[in-house]
Every structure is written in C-alpha cells, then in structure tokens.
Design a protein around this ligand. Structure first.
Ligand code: ZN
Length: 290
C-alpha cells in the first residue's frame, strides 16, 4: 500500500504556516533505532495535503508535547515499534495536559498488539492504527478529527431491511403486536421488490417482498429464508462516502448510487468486505426531515 511513495523531502518543515492545511506532528517516542515507517507516514500525509512536522528519532514525551505546542499542530501522530507504547504514549498525553494542551488529539500507530488498543484509548489516545492500516485510513481519520463535528461518515440507522415472503402476512405483527406506525407501500421496479415502511423512532423497518423471481429478495429467501436482509445507514453525500469508504479498501456491490425507496439514493457495501453484514448507504431525498 505504501509502495511508490516519494521519500525525498522528509526534512522538517520550513517556511510559512499555511492556515488552510491540517498540521500534524509525527513523533517517535522512545529508543526505536529506525524511522522508515514514520517517514513513509509523513510523506503519505503530505500527499494528502497536510503539513507534517517530523521530530526525528528518540524524542522524550516532554519534547514531543513541547514541539506540538510550538508548532501549533492540529494532531499528534505517535509511532512505536519498540513495545514501549504502553508507557510512552500515555506519558505524552500527561505532558500535554501538564502544559494545558490536552485538547490536541493524539493518535498512535506502529507495532501494537490488539490487546493494548483499549488500554491506550482509555489513556486518551484517540485511535490506534496498527500495521495493517493504510495511509488513506489515517488521513481520512485525521481530516474527520480536525474537520467540522458534523462530518461523521454515517449519521444514524436509516432503516433495517427485512426480507419477507408476504408483506400482508407480516404487517400485523409490526403494527398490532409491536404497535408501530405503518407509513406506506412503494414498488421499486428496478429491484423487483415491493416495500412497506414501518416507522420506529427516527428509523424504520423496511419490509421487502419480491415481485418477481429475479429479485435479489427472492434469491435471498430461497437461500436463507425470511429475515434481516440489510442495515441502511444514512449519509449526507453518497458519492463522497462511497469514495471515502473505497479508499479504506471496502468493496461495493455496485459502484454507482442507484435510486431506492422514497427517491433516496443508495449503494450497497459488499458483505465480503464487512464481515457478513450487507450495509446500505442511504442518502435520503429532500434533506433532513422529509
Ligand atoms: Zn434499504
């Protein structure tokens, strides 16, 4: 994933402070003897338009905290290969707090065993990127961290899709037994389905009945029987989300958004990429509350 990155130009920043750019301090606390990984990350983040200051090897947590404040960075990225992350990463947070700079977010990466991740996050590290992570994931996360708070990738569950043999047969369960509000039917010819929406709080159940044998819902029921078919998460800008999720190595069932119920625009993530769950991205039409 990192091949072909240009490793020239990795010296510390010089020149003017560009206000438009996200500023990142990359630091290696502790005694690691080599910094190829940190240099690759620095260059990778620069390729994503960020201003990166690299502290060099063998910095103490106190030096790192001071450098972050002096350089007025938005984020600190700590890298460790030495196994000292359990003590040194939390130490950086302590030093920042001592200098009243606890609001600078810190992310960590390197060779970090999975069982240490929750410990480090408890100590205040925002996110750990293990060696399997890509620069794209890191860059996306930093942009998200620094960006406006409403920039979440996904906002809420739009609906849960449930494959049924007959909407008429199951609807009384949802309305009478569960006491939910039926909102209406819709036929989506392109998918070969009839859909009934049942409102629950700010989300919905989407009951899906095949109207012909070539429908994916017909095939699903043949194979697995009735049951939960997909989970749809609401997004603001579906093209941007598809791009961003693809950069994280996730495959889609189809690359272009298509039109779903209520004139929403939808795209399905491939369940092979998502540990068995069929996720739908759903950009609802007509803004927030339609
Ligand atoms: Zn759906």
């Amino acid at each position: 994933m990192f091949s072909g990155q240009n490793l020239e130009n990795t010296e510390a920043r010089g020149g003017e402070h560009d206000m438009a750019k996200i500023r990142v301090l990359i630091a290696k606390p502790g005694l690691d003897g080599h910094d190829r990984g940190a240099l690759v990350i620095s260059q990778g983040l620069r390729d994503h338009g960020m201003e990166v200051i690299y502290t060099g090897l063998r910095q103490s947590p106190a030096q790192i905290a001071k450098a972050a404040i002096q350089e007025d960075v938005d984020v600190i990225g700590l890298s460790s290969l030495s196994g000292a992350h359990r003590t040194l990463f939390p130490k950086v947070i302590e030093e920042l707090n001592a200098l009243n700079a606890g609001d600078i977010p810190v992310v960590g990466g390197g060779v970090i065993p999975a069982e240490d991740i929750s410990y480090l996050m408890e100590k205040g590290i925002k996110r750990i990127f293990t060696s399997g992570s890509s620069i794209e994931e890191l860059a996306t996360y930093i942009q998200h961290l620094v960006g406006e708070p409403s920039g979440e990738v996904t906002k809420k569950i739009s609906h849960i899709g449930i494959a049924v043999k007959s909407i008429d047969d199951v609807l009384p369960f949802y309305t009478n037994t569960l006491g939910l509000e039926f909102e209406g039917f819709e036929e989506i010819e392109s998918e070969g389905v009839k859909v009934a929406f049942v409102k629950i709080g700010e989300s919905r159940f989407e009951l899906l009945e095949a109207i012909r044998e070539s429908s994916p819902i017909h095939k699903f029921i043949e194979k697995k029987g009735e049951g939960i078919h997909h989970i749809a998460v609401q997004v603001d800008d579906i093209e941007a989300r598809i791009k961003q999720i693809k950069r994280n190595g996730i495959q889609f069932v189809q690359e272009e958004p298509k039109v779903g119920a209520h004139d929403s625009r939808i795209a399905f993530l491939h369940p092979k990429s998502t540990h068995g769950v069929l996720f739908e991205l759903c950009e609802e039409s007509g803004g927030e509350e339609s």
